[in-house]
Design a protein around this ligand. Structure first.
Ligand code: AHR
Length: 307
């Protein structure tokens, strides 16, 4: 299904008169930093003014930023919702003000699909499934229980919910694969390290870490090394994102497999805004194309990795 823009009777606005407000989640990870840079660069290149705010991973800050964009009368609002629920009120305010909203990266959980024109981003359930498929294959000959710990993303965030769901859906095919502990590390390196330190103490026999992003996986590596164990060998690690630091750890053998989640959404977001400004139609859901990397593929891809 498709949505049309709100070009006025006078036709499209010149690009240098357009104003877009973007409410970002925060700066919690390498992925997020790359996403912010890409969006800012794309708008600069297009000659469209971008108002930018960083919510420091707090929903109330994002809601404040969106309200302020509504008050300022921006032409479009784009945002990456820190958590899935609780957006209907502020999105209804944007709708009442006639300001189209584009979701980037993360979804909202709302019954009312008219509250946004388009949702551009990854299929997080698919990402979780890809991680699960690697684990399923890696342990296909296992005859004993495989103890998995999961480092979850921010509680209530779409990628944390969906990556857990997709992974669980796949690994249930082998009853030896068991998630023995699952805790949030809030998508940060410090969070991943702290949770992993605690999990290593309470679970002496961990076989594999499934981290919902590279940063938490990198934090887990620090904790595993500090405990005198070898990440990638004594404890295998699977993550999501494929940012440079994650890819380096994969190439070094400290991570075993990474499911890509692309942060490069700026160009497509600019295209959506331009289409809406021209009065055109945009798809309600635009899914980012992504791949996966094993250790050899990471070595090959690293020299050209942009972020
Ligand atoms: O929403 C995308 C996720 O948010 C990325 O996987 C993670 O690194 C970021 O913090």
């Amino acid at each position: 299904c498709a949505s049309s823009g709100d070009a006025t009777a006078e036709g499209p606005k010149p690009l240098d008169e357009l104003v877009v407000g973007f409410a970002q989640v925060g700066a919690e990870s390498g992925w997020r930093t790359a996403n912010t840079k890409d969006i800012q660069a794309a708008f600069e290149e297009a000659g469209i003014e971008l108002k930018f705010s960083d919510a420091q991973q707090k929903q109330e800050n994002q809601i404040k930023a969106i309200r302020s964009y509504i008050q300022q009368g921006v032409d479009y609002i784009a945002f990456s919702p820190v958590v899935e629920t609780g957006w209907d009120a502020v999105l209804n305010e944007a709708k009442a003000a006639g300001i189209p909203v584009v979701l980037t990266d993360r979804a909202v959980d709302s019954q009312d699909e008219s509250l946004y024109v388009s949702f551009l981003g990854s299929d997080f359930i698919e990402e979780g499934k890809k991680a699960g498929l690697w684990v399923l294959d890696e342990y296909k000959d296992a005859t004993e229980p495989v103890n998995i710990v999961q480092l979850e993303g921010t509680t209530g965030a779409a990628p944390a919910i969906d990556r857990a769901e997709g992974f669980a859906d796949v690994i249930r095919q082998n009853s030896n694969l068991e998630v023995v502990a699952s805790q949030t590390g809030d998508f940060t390196r410090a969070g991943g390290k702290q949770v992993m330190e605690a999990l290593l103490k309470s679970n002496p026999d961990i076989d594999l870490v499934y981290a919902h992003n590279d940063d938490m996986g990198l934090g887990a590596i620090e904790a595993i090394e500090a405990a005198g164990l070898k990440p990638g060998e004594d404890i295998k690690i699977v993550t999501v994102d494929a940012v440079k630091d994650g890819m380096q750890a994969l190439a070094d053998g400290k991570i075993n497999f990474i499911v890509e989640c692309s942060p490069l959404l700026g160009g497509q977001l600019v295209d959506i805004i331009k289409t809406l400004n021209d009065g055109g139609e945009v798809e309600k859901r635009i899914i980012t194309e992504e791949t996966t990397f094993n250790q050899e593929q990471a070595i090959e891809a690293l020299p050209d990795r942009q972020y």
